[in-house]
Design a protein around this ligand. Structure first.
Ligand SMILES: [Zn+2]
Length: 271
C-alpha cells in the first residue's frame, strides 16, 4: 500500500493577507491499495475550474479565493502520477464543504464514504449550514455509503468505523467544523497517518499549549499562527465548542504518541 499526499486546490484566503506565503492548500490522500485507488477528500474538481468557481458560492469564492488550476484537480494529479483515475473505487470524505467535495463529479463510479451526520446536514441543513453545501457538486448522484459511529476504539477515540473491510483505513469522527466532520486514519509501514481535515487548520496548532492557545496567540502573542486564524476557525465552525474539544484531544493524541502518528491537515500553508 502506498499513500500520496496531493494538494487539490491552492487558495489565497483574505484572512491570511500579510502572512508568510498567504497560500494554503486543500490536501487529499491518494492510497494505492490492493482494492484499487482510494481518495481521501477531493479538493476542487474540473467543473469548479470550468465555471470559474461561480457555483462555489460567494463565501468560498471571494473569502478563500481558490486558484482553480486544472492541473491541481485530483483527476489531473492522479494522471500526473501515471495512474488511472478510473481505478478510484472509493472516496472517503472528511466533510462536504465545497473545497473538499468538488472533485466528486470527476469520479462518478466511486463509492463515496461519509459520516451519516454529515449526509443529514447536507440533506436537511439549518439556515446557518445552507451556504456551505453546494448541491451541484453531487447532482450526479454519487453512490453514498453512510457510516454511523460504531466500531473499534483507536488511541482513545471511541467511535471509529472501518469503512473499507480489509484495508487499514479508519474514519475517526471529529465533529465540530461541520455537523458530521470526520478524520481519516491510514496505517502505513511508518506508522499511522491521520488526515484531520479541518479539525485543525494548521499543524502548528499541535504545538505545546492548552486548548484555545492558538486563539490567544492569534491575538498578538508570539507564535507561528497568524492573528486571523482563530477568528476564521470560529467563524467557519458549526459547533465551536465541539471543534475546540476535538482539537485538544488531537493535541493529546500527538503528544502521547511521539513519532507514531503523522498528522496531515487540509489547509496547511503551501508549498
Ligand atoms: Zn476546508
Amino acid at each position: 500500500m502506498r499513500v500520496h499526499t496531493i494538494n487539490c486546490g491552492t487558495m489565497r484566503p483574505r484572512w491570511l493577507r500579510g502572512t508568510a506565503s498567504g497560500l494554503i492548500g486543500a490536501r487529499c490522500l491518494l492510497i494505492e491499495s490492493e482494492r484499487g485507488l482510494v481518495l481521501v477528500d477531493t479538493g476542487f474538481g474540473l467543473a469548479d475550474v470550468a465555471d470559474g468557481g461561480a457555483a462555489l458560492g460567494p463565501m468560498l469564492r471571494f473569502g478563500a479565493r481558490p486558484a482553480l488550476d486544472p492541473a491541481e484537480t485530483a483527476i489531473r494529479r492522479i494522471e500526473a502520477l501515471g495512474l488511472d483515475p478510473g481505478d478510484v473505487r472509493h472516496i472517503v470524505l472528511t466533510h462536504l464543504d465545497a473545497d473538499h467535495a468538488g472533485g466528486l463529479r470527476d469520479f462518478p463510479r466511486a463509492l463515496v464514504h461519509l459520516h451519516a451526520r454529515e449526509h443529514a446536514a447536507m440533506t436537511r441543513p439549518t439556515w446557518r449550514e445552507r451556504p456551505r453545501y453546494r448541491a451541484g457538486q453531487w447532482a450526479h448522484g454519487p453512490a453514498w455509503v453512510l457510516h454511523e459511529e460504531a466500531g473499534e476504539p483507536w488511541h482513545g477515540f471511541a467511535a471509529v468505523r472501518e469503512p473499507l473491510p480489509g484495508l487499514p483505513v479508519l474514519m475517526v469522527p471529529l465533529h465540530g467544523h461541520t455537523r458530521g466532520h470526520t478524520g481519516v486514519a491510514v496505517e502505513t509501514e511508518r506508522g499511522w497517518l491521520l488526515h484531520v481535515g479541518d479539525a485543525l487548520f494548521w499543524r502548528a496548532e499541535l504545538g505545546p499549549g492548552r486548548a484555545g492557545d492558538a486563539v490567544r496567540r492569534a491575538r498578538g502573542g508570539p507564535g507561528t499562527l497568524p492573528r486571523s486564524l482563530g477568528a476564521a476557525q470560529r467563524a467557519l465552525a458549526e459547533d465551536h465548542a465541539a471543534w475546540a474539544h476535538n482539537r485538544a484531544r488531537l493535541r493529546r493524541l500527538v503528544r502521547d504518541h511521539p513519532g507514531q502518528i503523522e498528522v496531515v491537515t487540509s489547509h496547511d500553508p503551501v508549498p
